[in-house]
Design a protein around this ligand. Structure first.
Ligand SMILES: Nc1ncnc2c1ncn2[C@@H]1O[C@H](COP(=O)(O)OP(=O)(O)O)[C@@H](O)[C@H]1O
Ligand SMILES: [Mg+2]
Length: 364
């Protein structure tokens, strides 16, 4: 077996140890008692311990939360089967480190002397899970966008008819004061058409301009204060150091307004809504890491997003409110996406945050 030979040659040939050290995969060789015989550099990183200290130590004792590791290793040793365990949570013992998610492959290699050994390969699970999650999300969003486009098409025609009929009616009305009603019909038909346009791809392209996000936030703040019930406090917490960026002003206003309206609806007649901004560095937006981004948060102390809709929150037509359209968050996400950003959320009873991340500078 190649792996075995590679390890056998460790002591004699310095080169192969160096080669192993160059790997990003952690490689560990254990004896039949599960003691460390060798570990390459990457593995020393996972174990948070150098080779000299690790040698001869029990592998499982190097970790605080072993999460069934012992059982896996014993199984591999006894049955000689090779297997992989994904997203095993491991925390090196004696360090304050967070547990790390590791994909672990275990192979039994039997030495020439007949002694059983285990070869472990360890890689960080996070990049893989993030890729999978992003791909899955993208596929789901693609199919929901297609549905939305069809729906938009179906909705727009009758809206046009409705608007035309209201205009004709307005002209025939004996009393001009009755036009107030036809005006409502026309205005609402226009609003729905604009909404549907936003959802479908026929929406106008973004018109990006240099702007200070606080100007956008102030506008949304004023509208939110005006719409809030008396008992609700609407607050601002701005980071004045956030630099200007290039965004479509109207799209950002609409996106944020949808979030602040949801927050107002969530807190009901009492409670607190906060608009918060921060400049943040080194953040991932999708798979791209940005050196600098603007973070705009809408926080509320309402009851939180209902569990049943958490995983589908940003899809169109997902709502938990009797009169909801379920379009608000889907529209907001799409508008923010068009500006290169993303909306994330965190929610528990008493604290819900919708977080908008907008790139200010793209690293190459
Ligand atoms: N801040 C919030 N707190 C609690 N639930 C929220 C919040 N924002 C959104 N939601 C939930 O997400 C659902 C979808 O929101 P949205 O897409 O804006 O559609 P709609 O407001 O028409 O229901 C809402 O019905 C609500 O249940
Ligand atoms: Mg809404």
């Amino acid at each position: 077996m190649a792996a075995e030979r590679l390890f056998e040659s460790f002591a004699a040939h310095h080169d192969s140890a160096e080669l192993l050290d160059a790997l990003a995969t952690g490689v560990v060789l254990l004896d039949a008692g599960l003691h460390v015989l060798h570990a390459n550099m990457a593995a020393q990183g996972f174990m948070a311990i150098g080779l000299n200290q690790a040698r001869g130590k029990s592998f499982t004792e190097l970790f605080a939360d072993t999460n069934g590791l012992q059982g896996l290793l014993t199984r591999a040793l006894e049955h000689g089967e090779a297997f992989s365990e994904f997203e095993l949570s491991l925390r090196p013992a004696g360090t304050p480190r967070e547990p790390q998610l590791v994909d672990l492959s275990i192979t039994r290699v039997d030495a020439a002397s007949g002694q059983k050994r285990l070869l472990l390969e360890m890689i960080d699970s996070v990049p893989r899970t993030r890729l999978n999650r992003d791909n899955e999300l993208r596929a789901r969003l693609d199919s929901s966008r297609m549905m939305t486009r069809q729906l938009a098409h179906e909705v727009k025609n009758p809206l046009g008819g409705l608007r035309g009929a209201a205009q004709l009616l307005a002209r025939q009305l004996p009393d001009p004061s009755l036009r107030e009603y036809t005006d409502v019909i026309i205005a609402e038909a226009d609003r729905l058409t604009a909404l549907v346009d936003t959802m479908s791809h026929s929406a106008r392209p973004s018109q990006k301009e240099r702007l200070n996000i606080h100007e956008v936030c102030e506008h949304v703040y004023r509208l939110t204060v005006a719409e809030a019930d008396r008992g609700v406090s609407v607050e601002r917490d701005y980071d004045p150091s956030v630099p200007e960026g290039r965004f479509d002003r109207n799209q950002l206003v609409q996106a944020l307004l949808n979030l602040s309206r949801n927050a107002l609806q969530a807190v009901g007649s009492g409670g607190r809504v906060v608009l918060r901004t921060r400049a943040v560095s080194q953040v991932h937006i999708g798979l791209v890491r940005h050196r600098l981004a603007a973070r705009i948060e809408v926080l509320d102390d309402g009851p939180g997003v209902p569990d049943a809709i958490r995983s589908s929150l940003f899809f169109p037509l997902v709502t938990a409110r009797p009169n909801g359209t379920g379009l608000g968050l889907a529209v907001s996400q799409q508008l923010v996406n068009r500006n290169g950003g993303v909306i994330e959320f965190e929610s528990e009873p008493g604290r819900t945050v919708f977080r908008l991340l907008l790139p200010l500078e793209t690293s190459p």
